[in-house]
Design a protein. Structure first.
Lengths: 90, 131
């Protein structure tokens, strides 16, 4: 993770915090969102018609592992791709 | 300025933020060494502001007398509040109704009353004229 500590970044995911990062020239926005009492994680590519992913959590936990393990980064998981991600401020 | 519940308990903790200015008496903070966002607790202020890299208002956090985060106003695209729009920045509010529970933070677009109350802090944000 460029411009930040990846462990700290992941810690923020557990709280559903708003996170902005770049990957291969695209900007992404990750945040927790409560849907019908369920804590979900939403990932948006911040461009018109960009990608969108939602992982459904439980009433008490965001689905962090599902996000970390999803092979959505050119077939790689977050842990395999994080060194090419840059943490940015919006 | 500690982390979530991680009071320093007398131990020396490195600073994570520096004050780079004020807006109407509220400190504007900038993270140090890759620190992002604003503190989850505040021990010397009731609010902090963070600006975007271009100097525009990004977010403001409010803390109660017990130092807990109670509310956050942010300005950026929020697809969940704007019909999926990912390019238009909007002013919106996250509330933290439960003491030291950062998981539950219901959000809404800023109300006219909230806007009128806090707009003096929204540096560089276009005026909202229609409600």
């Amino acid at each position: 993770m460029k411009n930040g500590n990846v462990r700290e970044f992941v810690d923020h995911i557990y709280y559903g915090d708003e996170l902005w990062f770049l990957y291969e020239g695209k900007k992404y926005f990750l945040e927790g969102w409560m849907n019908d009492g369920r804590l979900d994680l939403c990932l948006y590519e911040m461009a018109d018609n960009g990608e969108k992913y939602i992982w459904k959590g439980s009433a008490t936990q965001y689905p962090v592992e599902a996000f970390l393990e999803a092979r959505i980064w050119n077939g790689k998981s977050f842990w395999d791709a994080e060194q090419d991600m840059e943490w940015v401020d919006a | 300025m500690g982390g979530r519940g991680s009071f320093a308990a007398g131990n020396k903790v490195p600073y994570s933020y520096k004050t780079i200015g004020t807006i109407d008496g509220v400190k504007v903070l900038e993270g140090i060494s890759g620190k992002h966002g604003l503190p989850e607790e505040a021990h010397s202020s009731v609010a902090y502001i963070k600006l975007k890299p271009d100097g525009t208002f990004h977010e403001m956090r409010f803390y109660n007398e017990h130092h807990y985060l109670t509310m956050e106003i942010a300005y950026h695209p929020e697809p969940n509040l704007n019909d999926g729009n990912r390019t238009e920045s909007i002013l919106h509010v996250h509330e933290y109704p439960q003491k030291n529970n950062f998981l539950v933070r219901p959000a809404h677009r800023i109300t006219k009353q909230e806007y009128q109350k806090y707009k003096r802090f929204f540096k560089g944000v276009p005026e909202i004229e229609k409600w």
